[in-house]
Ligand binder design. Structure first.
Ligand code: SAH
Length: 289
């Protein structure tokens, strides 16, 4: 009964209010266009929870509640089987603002069109050839990317069948909650709760580590890093670092070290400035000889 949304919650105070523009799929309500009231964390506003083909409106309500308790508010519904109903509002238990701001879109591709990183949550491990991330690690990465300005989506599948392979192909990686392998399928709302909780923990850790909200520069791109490695190789030659040995082994270790450092653009510029001086000094030393 993982799909049964019922629970002893008070009757909805505002039933059948699924007729907001966003909930009706108003084209003006593009993904994330309608935001519920004040969103304190700008990174959270870049994280969307996408529910695909949900069969029980009650589970949509549970997901909205799970999100709101953890400070998230961007819910997107992709082709739910039924409109929001009493069950949805009962299970939302006051997270009506999240429900009412949720656009209804026809397919997953539309829901994630402007996303930079998309994670598909799967109850079954290793269904397709996608990198599989543990929830905590995924949440830390999602939080970090959202803090850097990326739009990120966490996608959840249908109660009966999960996400289909075409939908998983649209995801950059999969997230699997390491549940009992013999009974690994959580209720949809519970799965949203676990991921939302991990996102909350990641956001609190990021806030504690950076209380002033000083944001890093954008991460260095592949091309910027390769430019740096090229210059590093030249600088090492200029100071005769390798002394006749093949340079590959040292370069491999240095690449690994700098890649692990997760450099941002400004840090790469700083390092390249250092290398330019190394090369200049080597040239001057050569001229003096
Ligand atoms: N019977 C379905 C499970 C659906 S549960 C299947 O076997 O795929 C509904 C959704 O909740 C899933 O599509 C997934 O997004 C999420 N979910 C449930 N259990 C999960 C788990 N252990 N790890 C990650 N996501 C899970």
């Amino acid at each position: 009964m993982n799909s049964d949304p019922r629970e002893t919650t008070p009757p909805p105070e505002r039933p059948e209010s699924a007729n907001s523009a966003a909930a009706q799929g108003d084209p003006a309500a593009a993904p994330g266009a309608a935001q519920p009231a004040a969103e304190p964390d700008p990174a959270a506003a870049r994280i969307r929870i996408v529910l695909v083909g949900t069969q029980h409106p009650g589970n949509i309500g549970s997901a909205a509640r799970a999100m709101k308790t953890m400070g998230l508010s961007r819910l997107i519904l992709v082709a739910p089987e039924k409109p929001l109903d009493r069950d949805a509002y009962a299970m939302a238990a006051g997270a009506d603002d999240v429900l009412e701001a949720a656009p209804i879109l026809p397919d997953l591709a539309t829901a994630i069109a402007d996303c930079h990183w998309v994670l598909g949550c799967t109850a079954r491990s290793r269904r397709i050839a996608l990198e599989e991330l543990a929830p905590r690690f995924a949440a830390e990465r999602v939080d970090a990317r959202a803090r850097e300005g990326a739009q990120v989506a966490l996608v959840f599948g249908r109660e009966r069948t999960g996400l289909n392979n075409d939908e998983l192909q649209l995801c950059h990686a999969a997230v699997h909650i390491p549940a009992n392998p013999d009974y690994s399928s959580l209720n949809l709302g519970a799965a949203v709760q676990v991921l939302s909780y991990e996102l909350r923990i990641a956001a609190l850790a990021a806030a504690a580590a950076d209380p002033a909200g000083d944001h890093r520069d954008p991460p260095a791109s592949h091309a910027q890093l390769e430019g740096f490695f090229g210059q590093l190789g030249e600088a090492l030659d200029a100071i005769d670092f390798h002394k006749g040995r093949a340079p590959e082994s040292a370069m491999r270790k240095l690449r690994r070290l700098f890649l692990r450092a997760d450099l941002d653009e400004r840090e790469v510029r700083l390092l390249r400035g250092v290398l330019a001086d190394v090369e200049r000094m080597a040239m001057l030393a050569g001229q003096r000889r």
